[in-house]
Design a protein. Structure first.
Length: 449
């Protein structure tokens, strides 16, 4: 039996066609709900026991048997077992149905015992306000977002109360205890058929309403879980800033919308990667790229950068484009400093392994850019457009001509210093440099020789 409890719930018709990871997420939520149901039930039983202990006793003190404490004790034990199973195993559908029947039977059985406790005819318990607890246990099943368990609890409660009403009528004197006088019904141990029928109808009606609400909510739960899993997976293909913009957009995203901002563009790539790609195995090359990106991408993101795209061994990142920043230039140059330190450490690791060390090149340019969505309805992406994008790419290539690892424009450096950037001692200014593809000479700053 324990092995059956260990089995995961199989997909039913409601979950067919959704990915396994989404089904697993829904199952995890349902498992958490079962734990919550157990704790709420524990609180209800404890509250009922405390209420019973503190309330004045109107039955005879010389009674040899008090059924209510026994019911409460059994109920507490059952609740503890239920909590243990909820934490230890994934509760199967048969076990859940059984627990619902046991819980409702114990509640109704305790109400039934009132006439023994207070030494009254069975019709006495029909007026017990404890019947209202039935609705608590029906509503508890709604926490799992499965209507079938709500319906089970409601049907068991309705049938149980109907049976108790029939028993009370027959055991209290049959039709002689039945009355049509409402006042007499309230002030005596008589039975009013309409009142008991109202209770049964109320239980079934409340059950039906909750079941319908849960059915609709379950569809939303499945949709939300599917969209949440999809959003999580898609976020791995976008930077966190872009993901947040897509998810939080109040209107549907369309191509052709953009915003002008002052930003810094960072370009990074591996020196000699094209030649390297012809000398190593494809799997080794991909592993090398993955390690390179795993070292560089966190540094960019940690300093406020947004990964715009991967271009083979190249990484293009923006600062102040996706999210406006008053320190976009300073953040970009700090990132370059950290990248150069990380690249040197990585090269040393490779050298100690007997592998040729890799060198990185980097460049930063700043300027007014347009940040927005481009593409069509079937394929869109966020990107940046502007002279700074082209200039940073050309500067990165120019690092080879200068024989250095990292460059930026002199204007970018000045902006970064005003924004709080503290340059390293290796910084060197080189004026009027001819950059391939740039119309006129520009002043550059060597960030890393």
């Amino acid at each position: 039996m324990i092995s059956k409890w260990r089995r995961h719930n199989k997909k039913d018709a409601r979950y067919q066609g959704i990915p396994e990871r989404v089904f697993s997420a829904i199952s995890a939520q349902q498992d958490a709900s079962e734990k919550l149901v157990g704790w709420v039930q524990m609180a209800v039983v404890m509250f009922f026991g405390l209420l019973y202990a503190l309330s004045p006793k109107t039955f005879l003190r010389d009674m040899t048997f008090e059924p209510v404490p026994w019911f409460l004790g059994i109920w507490m034990v059952v609740t503890i077992i239920r909590l243990y199973l909820a934490y230890r195993y994934r509760m199967s559908a048969p076990l859940l149905y059984l627990s619902i029947i046991i819980d409702m039977s114990l509640l109704l059985g305790m109400i039934w015992s009132f006439h023994l406790q207070y030494q009254q005819p069975p019709s006495f318990y029909l007026k017990s306000p404890t019947l209202l607890y039935v609705f608590i246990f029906i509503a508890l099943r709604a926490l799992r977002f499965e209507a079938r368990y709500v319906i089970t609890a409601g049907v068991v409660a309705a049938l149980g109360w109907a049976a108790m009403a029939v028993y009370a009528t027959l055991a209290s004197g049959g039709m002689d205890v039945v009355t049509h006088d409402y006042v007499y019904y309230l002030t005596s141990n008589s039975v009013l058929k309409g009142a008991e029928l109202d209770k049964v109808i109320t239980i079934l009606t409340v059950t039906a309403i909750i079941a319908v609400a849960i059915t609709r909510a379950n569809k939303l739960l499945v949709k939300a879980a599917a969209e949440g899993a999809a959003a999580h997976d898609l976020s791995r293909f976008f930077s966190p800033e872009i993901s947040r913009q897509i998810i939080s957009a109040e209107q549907e995203l369309t191509a052709g919308t953009g915003k002008a901002r002052d930003a810094a563009i960072l370009m990074v790539d591996i020196r000699g990667f094209t030649h390297l790609a012809t000398t190593v195995k494809p799997d080794d090359l991909v592993c090398l790229l993955a390690e390179y990106q795993s070292r560089i991408v966190p540094l960019i993101q940690r300093h406020g950068g947004t990964i715009d795209k991967f271009m083979g061994d190249g990484i293009m990142a923006t600062f102040g484009a996706a999210v406006p920043s008053p320190t976009y230039a300073a953040d970009a140059l700090r990132t370059v400093d950290y990248i150069m330190v990380a690249a040197a450490a990585w090269g040393e690791e490779l050298r100690q392994k007997g592998e040729p060390p890799l060198k990185l090149g980097a460049a930063v340019a700043t300027g007014r850019i347009i940040f927005g969505a481009v593409g069509d309805e079937s394929r869109m992406e966020y990107t940046v457009i502007g002279d700074a994008v082209n200039l940073s790419a050309k500067l990165e290539k120019h690092t080879k001509s200068e024989g250095v690892r990292a460059l930026c424009t002199a204007s970018t450096f000045s902006i970064a210093v005003r924004q709080g950037y503290n340059p390293t001692p290796a910084v060197e200014r080189r004026n009027s440099r001819n950059i391939e593809g740039v119309a006129r000479p520009i002043d550059i700053i060597v960030l890393a020789p």
